[in-house]
Design a protein around this ligand. Structure first.
Ligand code: FRU
Length: 484
């Protein structure tokens, strides 16, 4: 009896635990965003191959299938019908070391296009998906080379075949990467942009079949060259307050507005005639003033919108963020347009709408989860604090026509010396008050203000959820919480 009783007790405990586990959904992992994309496990950096095809948005992403830091780069894959809820799919593109030569290839950033008329000749049906990416080759003997390669899928992106004549574009450089390819309707041909990062140059190529490419022109160096250029994109956007007008925008990843210790994104507004990009812009413009928005590119094959996703992280500390089984996230998708302002044309951003069925209107004082949204108006001296407890606070402030997001005290202890920071941006036109759209998702804060002319995206890693606090100069007009 003495030996049986503890065994029966143990059995009961195990059964009870198993049953109660079934009833309750597992609580979200600490810091894991709920309405931002994160990989099921392991590392991600840049979004890749963003494309809409056959009712699905595809997100491919720089992924290490073996660990939580950068390495073994492959293309992870997920699809979504609403850009908020993602279905994870098996790894799309990877290469194994060549046993004969010992060469190893990593799959770096790139594009996916819908080859609508089978221009590549690689489609088994009327159309297919074609990926053009950088193969980062470590050659036994000669060292590193980067060139552009091709893969294709005839089953809605579920499986991919590497083109047997890879690479398709090689300029014999160690650094030459991040191809963005799109269909240019006016000249009826494919256009590719790729960067020569250390020369601060974007090269433009054209092709009729996605396999053979001719150099058209180069842009750069220009704007901010404090840090190498990566992940270029080019898209045409409407000027919302000049109906009937549109302009081309060249976006690039590189240095941060606060200097090259951190990475960030800049953009140029100009014209693209199918061969050359030109701009008269004299001021350097940044896509986001936070520390955590990088490698953003827009979806291909979305007829009436330009939707950008960025990687919410910064190379300065990306490999050290204190998340659990995964590392890295994507921003909320952002719809882009332009506005003509007294300082010239500027980029405008708008958050992609989260379906009403996934959020619950709630008074801001009752918000208890770490995933929510707010619309707040701050007069001069207005403050809005998030995740506030006795030992931590993240403060948003509007003072002397400057918006700031301060994460210096966002957690009791910081995991990296470059993480504590305060982001600031001067708001043009000296408005007496500004209205902020704020989304907060466990460890991500994204802010848009002044009708989308300014964005600040930052990660925070608070110990606990804490509460929201405002001062007398701040009003919260709308608030919602993510439905779990
Ligand atoms: C940008 C980047 C790209 C490259 C990829 C490698 O974050 O450095 O230039 O293709 O990451 O993972």
């Amino acid at each position: 009896m003495r030996t049986i009783l503890p065994a029966v007790y143990l059995l009961l405990v195990v059964i009870t635990c198993a049953c109660s586990k079934k009833e309750k959904p597992a609580p979200p992992e600490k810091y894991r965003p709920q309405f931002h994309f994160t990989p099921p496990q392991h590392w991600t950096n840049d979004p890749n191959g963003l494309v809409f095809y056959d009712g699905e948005y595809h997100l491919f992403y720089q992924h290490n299938p073996f660990g939580n830091t950068w390495g073994h780069m492959s293309w992870g894959h997920a699809v979504s019908r609403d850009l908020i809820q993602w279905e994870h799919l098996p790894i799309a593109i990877r290469e194994y070391p060549d046993p004969a030569t010992g060469d190893s290839t990593m799959i770096f950033s790139g594009t996916v296009v819908v080859d609508t008329n089978n221009s590549s000749g690689l489609c088994t049906g009327p159309n297919c998906l074609v990926a053009i990416y950088t193969s980062h080759v470590h050659k036994n003997g000669t060292g590193l080379r980067q060139h552009q390669s091709l893969a294709f899928s005839n089953d809605r992106g579920r499986t991919w075949q590497l083109y047997d004549k890879n690479p398709i574009l090689d300029i014999q450089r160690k650094d030459f990467r991040d191809p963005k390819v799109f269909w240019h309707a006016a000249t009826s041909r494919w256009i590719m942009l790729a960067v020569v990062p250390d020369l601060f140059k974007v090269q433009f190529y054209a092709s009729a079949n996605l396999r053979e490419w001719n150099l058209l022109s180069e842009f750069g160096s220009a704007g901010d060259t404090a840090r190498i250029w990566e992940c270029p994109d080019l898209f045409s956007l409407p000027v919302t307050n000049e109906p009937g007008t549109s302009k081309w925008v060249l976006s690039l990843s590189g240095s941060h507005p606060q200097g090259p210790t951190y990475v960030g994104m800049q953009y140029f507004i100009g014209d693209f005639d199918g061969t050359t990009f030109t701009t008269t812009q004299t001021q350097t413009r940044y896509v986001d003033h936070g520390k955590d928005f990088y490698a953003g590119i827009v979806f291909n094959n979305v007829a009436d919108k330009s939707i950008m996703l960025g990687w919410v992280n910064n190379w300065a500390y990306a490999n050290d963020i204190p998340t659990g089984s995964w590392r890295g996230a994507m921003s909320l998708p952002r719809m882009l347009s332009l506005a003509q302002t007294p300082e010239g044309a500027r980029l405008k951003q708008e958050f992609w709408p989260i379906p009403d069925s996934l959020k619950m209107p709630i008074d801001w004082e009752e918000i208890f989860s770490g995933s929510f949204g707010l619309e707040a108006t701050l007069e001069d001296g207005g403050t809005l604090e998030l995740f506030k407890t006795e030992t931590q606070t993240t403060q948003i402030q509007y003072e002397n026509v400057q918006l700031s997001l301060d994460r210096l005290k966002s957690q009791p202890l910081h995991f990296h010396p470059l993480f504590p920071s305060r982001e600031t941006v001067d708001i043009a036109g000296r408005p007496a008050a500004i209205t902020l759209q704020v989304v907060v998702d466990q460890s991500i804060i994204e802010i848009l203000t002044a009708d989308g002319l300014y964005a600040i995206t930052n990660q925070v890693f608070p110990e606990t959820n804490g509460r929201i606090a405002i001062n007398a100069k701040t009003r919260i007009a709308k608030s919602w919480q993510w439905r779990q």
